[in-house]
Design a protein around this ligand. Structure first.
Ligand SMILES: *Cc1c(COP(=O)(O)O)cnc(C)c1O
Length: 379
């Protein structure tokens, strides 16, 4: 019997390796108290209003989702205002599903996309999946996405430019001015994706406002998620915002019933819980400053972040070594090799006592390392 032939493009895409789960760490190391600061989850947990809505919707689990998805688009239009209507939105099974729809819609018969090498890894994987070619440019010296380099990598074959603000894994925002300049130079017909999964944590007034470009009718798709600031990562709800003509193209890439009503009802309820959102935003902004100071106080180089994580670069021993050491102490952080930075770790912002526990473990590791003479220094 001969072997069936799978899609060769698909086989080039490496399997996604998520950050280690607390359950895995507990099993592997026999630890019972594991702290995960690796996937930028909301340390507050979900909004109680979202949980109540989810529970209320479960009795309808035997039914296919009805108009919940349209209700969410209407609620988002009201929530964000600015002349947006339900037709400016598309709902996905997480923001990653929306990114997939965009790649599938605009990459066909080859074609290239441009993204920064130090950004969300999916930007480099999705084009390959659909037979396109991802072009990955280097970041600027300060680790920001270099929009001049992005523009320089655009060719006649470019279909999509993938941007992320605040960028994962650096937490650096793109400025309104620099994006304006990029859009002015970019050839007509190139789709700009602005992944804004962390936009609720931004307090820098110079940051780009993607919706402004949507409202002005540009070829820009903003992508947002309920996984991070709304604390609903396990329910898989995300959305795209674009002018209605672009949304109509994307709708061809939606699989029937791509998100369930319980998840959508929870998302709608979370939009209504303004207290939760304000509390979550304030907590993250305060605690990321504490985490940043803690890292620099221990002599590490940290990048000032507008998201709910902080990147430390040039760490002793390299990212994988340091993450392994921290794991031995029961703290999971994310080594950054898959994000293009083998010498870095990314640490999610937690509650004060969680960050203190992480910093104490880190200090212990760094102190021990300093007390051992570097290999080769002995005669
Ligand atoms: C977490 C994350 C996502 C994934 O969002 P989901 O809604 O959980 O699929 C998308 N983009 C970036 C940059 C992220 O960090």
């Amino acid at each position: 019997m001969s072997e069936p032939t799978p899609n060769p493009y698909l086989l080039q895409v490496p399997l996604y390796i998520a950050g280690k789960s607390p359950e895995e760490a507990r099993e592997a190391l026999g630890l019972n108290d594991v702290l995960k600061l690796a996937s930028n989850e909301n340390p507050l947990g979900p909004s109680p209003m979202a949980v109540a809505a989810l529970q209320g919707a479960l009795a309808e689990a035997h039914r296919y989702p009805g108009i919940a998805e349209r209700d969410l688009r209407r609620r988002l239009a009201i929530h964000l205002g600015r002349g947006l209507s339900e037709n400016h939105f598309i709902i996905g099974n997480g923001a990653t599903d929306v990114l997939r729809m965009i790649a599938q819609t605009f990459i066909f018969g080859g074609g290239e996309t441009v993204a920064c090498r130090v950004s969300f890894p999916l930007f480099g994987l999705l084009p390959t999946m659909f037979g396109g070619k991802p072009i990955l440019i280097d970041p600027a010296e300060d680790y920001s996405i270099d929009l001049d380099s992005v523009l320089g990598a655009v060719t006649q074959d470019t279909r999509i430019v993938w941007l992320c603000s605040p960028n994962n894994p650096t937490g650096i925002v793109l400025t309104a001015r620099s994006v304006e300049a990029l859009l002015a130079e970019l050839p007509q017909g190139v789709v700009v994706v602005m992944d804004e999964s962390y936009c609720d944590y931004v307090d820098d007034p110079s940051a780009v406002d993607a919706i402004e470009h949507v409202v002005r009718g540009r070829n820009l798709i903003a992508v947002r998620s309920f996984s991070k600031s709304a604390g609903l990562a396990n329910l898989r709800v995300g959305y795209g915002i674009a002018r209605p003509e672009l949304i109509e193209y994307l709708m061809h890439a939606v699989l029937p019933f791509n998100t369930g009503s319980p998840a959508i009802q929870a998302a709608i309820a979370s939009l209504d819980d303004l207290d939760y959102h304000n509390h979550s935003r304030q907590l993250i902004q305060e605690e990321r400053a504490f985490l940043f100071q803690g890292l620099t106080g221990l002599g590490l180089r940290a990048i000032a972040s507008q998201a709910n994580f902080v990147l430390a670069v040039g760490v002793p021993g390299g990212g994988q070594w340091l993450a392994d050491q921290l794991l031995q102490s029961g703290v999971i952080v994310r080594p950054m090799r898959d994000f293009g930075l083998p010498d870095a770790i990314r640490v999610s912002v937690g509650r004060r006592e969680q960050t203190e526990r992480f910093l104490a473990a880190l200090k212990g590791i760094l102190d021990t390392r300093r007390s051992i003479p570097p290999s080769g220094s002995l005669p």
